[in-house]
Design a binder for this molecule. Structure first.
Ligand SMILES: C[S@@+](CC[C@H](N)C(=O)[O-])C[C@H]1O[C@@H](n2cnc3c(N)ncnc32)[C@H](O)[C@@H]1O
Length: 243
């Protein structure tokens, strides 16, 4: 039984449109370049593959790409775009895909959808289990935004616009976070949606990787390879299984 929220058909149907900014070439291409260079021809496995935002362009480079995805409606959207895509509907902490992979990856903070430390540890172990010797596990993840909280405040906005207001709340005692979204529609109505996550520190990720028998090869701030510093608000980390 997973702790993750399960994305429903409505969320799946609107995902590509509501995430359009993440499909923009200036956002997507550097990620695909980075992963394509590490995969060295593949095969690659994406955990929480969604509708294939990253997996499809990676496969279009001639690489064999498989995916694990919890939500059947999200997998259905992927299959509608790419019939026959090798996607297993299951939990990224436990689901098994046949074969050995040179690259396993999970992007856009999706590992945080596992909301217990035990499941996140299991996810690192599951990634390592799928890797060939010398293979790499790549995670793109935000650095918890705790430094953005002034004393006494429990919510930080991450977007304030005419049609959308979003802010995060954190529970520092449990490492749980919630992203709150208020969306104003053309008819003037406002809808509310939320997504829940467990935030993870980079050093905690390294420990999870270590428990899974992997070690850190590289940590950068983004897909362009910018240096990771104490001011970085995200990281792309690469751990390697021994050859
Ligand atoms: C932000 S979307 C990212 C999708 C895709 N990787 C992308 O970059 O566009 C998060 C995805 O994680 C999936 N997910 C959440 N919990 C999961 C779990 N425990 N196992 C597998 N997938 C999960 C959701 O269904 C959703 O498709």
């Amino acid at each position: 039984m997973t702790s993750s929220d399960v994305w429903d058909a409505e969320a799946a149907a609107s995902y590509d449109e509501s995430s359009a900014f993440m499909f923009a070439p200036e956002v997507l291409d550097p990620a695909v370049d980075f992963l394509g260079a590490l995969a060295g021809g593949g095969p690659a496995l994406e955990l929480a593959v969604g509708t294939g935002r990253v997996a499809i362009p990676l496969a279009d480079r001639g690489m064999r790409v498989s995916g694990i995805e919890l939500s059947q409606p999200m997998a259905d959207q992927l299959l509608a775009k790419r019939p026959g895509f090798d996607v297993v509907v299951g939990d990224m902490a436990t689901a098994r895909v046949p074969g050995e992979f040179g690259l396993v990856y999970v992007v856009w903070n999706s590992i945080g959808n596992l909301r217990t430390q035990a499941e996140q540890v299991a996810c690192f172990a599951n990634a390592a289990r799928h890797l060939a010797p010398g293979g790499r596990f790549v995670v793109e993840l935000g650095v918890p935004g705790i430094r953005r909280f002034p004393p006494g405040q429990s919510a930080v906005p991450f977007h304030v616009g005419r049609r959308h207001v979003g802010f995060d709340t954190y529970d520092l005692t449990t490492q749980q976070g919630t992203s709150h979204h208020y969306r104003r529609h053309d008819d003037g109505t406002v809808t509310y949606g939320q997504s829940n996550f467990r935030y993870i520190w980079p050093a905690e990720c390294d420990l999870m990787a270590q428990l899974a028998g992997m070690s850190l090869e590289r940590r950068v701030a983004d897909w362009h390879g910018a240096p990771f510093t104490s001011d970085s608000d995200s990281h792309v980390s690469v751990w390697r299984r021994p050859a």
